[in-house]
Design a protein around this ligand. Structure first.
Ligand SMILES: O=C(O)CCC(=O)C(=O)O
Length: 271
């Protein structure tokens, strides 16, 4: 395992369409996207998937469709990670936990296929009725891949809460990973909020959004990798594609030394 933070890290975002309420179709489709990502000339160190890719927002059928304790997803994604030697942030799925509740959960696998972490979305999005069908997670999650990628987990609507990104940055995150199903007409919010989280926390933001239509909602893609200075390294279009970019984790410390925001905070005045 490498602990060299000067190493370049290649990222692949699987910006895919999702078929409403069809987990088997979606699993095959997402797996094809992952195969495409690992077949590229530049092999990814980390693959990121979109939010709720197993079911989409088929909330009325979610009790029947959710993956029980994420067992099926964990089995095949873990096997994929191990066989291709790639880290995978497995977007999020509708997961039925042992308490009977349905959660919007991401699993993170390392190159050996081990579960590095899991995170359930803390902020449920009322505009899409999430709170009527899903349970909210209760714990921010930080994880480390390869000893070089110290990342905070967040899902879609979570990016509207700067407190979460700041808490993760203070806990050591150099990057924020954001699987999403973010729709039109809020492209301006998506881009601005992602950039703000990157600039204010001086960290990478790595965001994978879906495309296509779910019911009457249109999703716009525009998956992004943003550096700690707020520069966009890559941005997807509005169709399916594998969006790729390379990051240098050492840049986080360079930016933090240049403008020492974390040293200049006055939390006693505003917390
Ligand atoms: O906050 C937004 O505008 C979109 C959030 C969303 O679609 C979600 O969390 O699923």
């Amino acid at each position: 395992m490498s602990t060299d933070v000067s190493k370049a890290v290649n990222i692949a975002l699987v910006q895919a369409n999702i078929t409403l309420g069809e987990p088997d179709t979606n699993r095959r489709h997402i797996e094809q996207g992952m195969e495409q990502a690992v077949s590229a000339a530049v092999k990814p160190d980390m693959i990121v998937l979109p939010e709720m890719w197993n079911t989409g927002y088929a909330l009325e059928q979610i009790q029947e469709l959710a993956d029980v304790e994420g067992a099926e997803t964990r089995k095949w994604v873990s096997a994929f990670a191990r066989s291709h030697g790639v880290n995978v942030v497995a977007g999020s799925i509708a997961e039925k936990k042992a308490d009977g509740g349905i959660y919007n959960t991401t699993y993170i696998f390392d190159r050996n296929g081990n579960t590095a972490a899991s995170y359930s979305k803390i902020h449920l999005f009322r505009l899409m009725d999430e709170e009527k069908y899903l349970q909210a997670g209760s714990e921010p999650v930080l994880f480390d891949l390869d000893g070089t990628m110290k990342a905070g987990a967040s899902i879609c609507y979570d990016i509207r809460f700067p407190e979460l990104g700041r808490k993760l940055a203070l806990a050591g995150a150099d990057m924020l990973i954001v699987p999403a199903e973010w729709p039109h007409p809020r492209l301006h919010h998506w881009r601005t909020l992602l950039m703000a989280r990157a600039i204010e926390n001086q960290m990478y933001v790595i965001a994978c959004n879906r495309v296509g239509t779910g019911g009457t909602t249109e999703f716009f893609g525009h998956s992004m990798i943003i550096d700690p200075w707020g520069e966009v390294i890559v941005e997807g279009g509005e169709q399916e594609e594998i969006v790729t970019g390379t990051i240098r984790p050492e840049l986080v410390q360079e930016v933090r030394s240049r403008i020492p925001v974390f040293e200049d905070r006055r939390p006693s005045l505003y917390l």
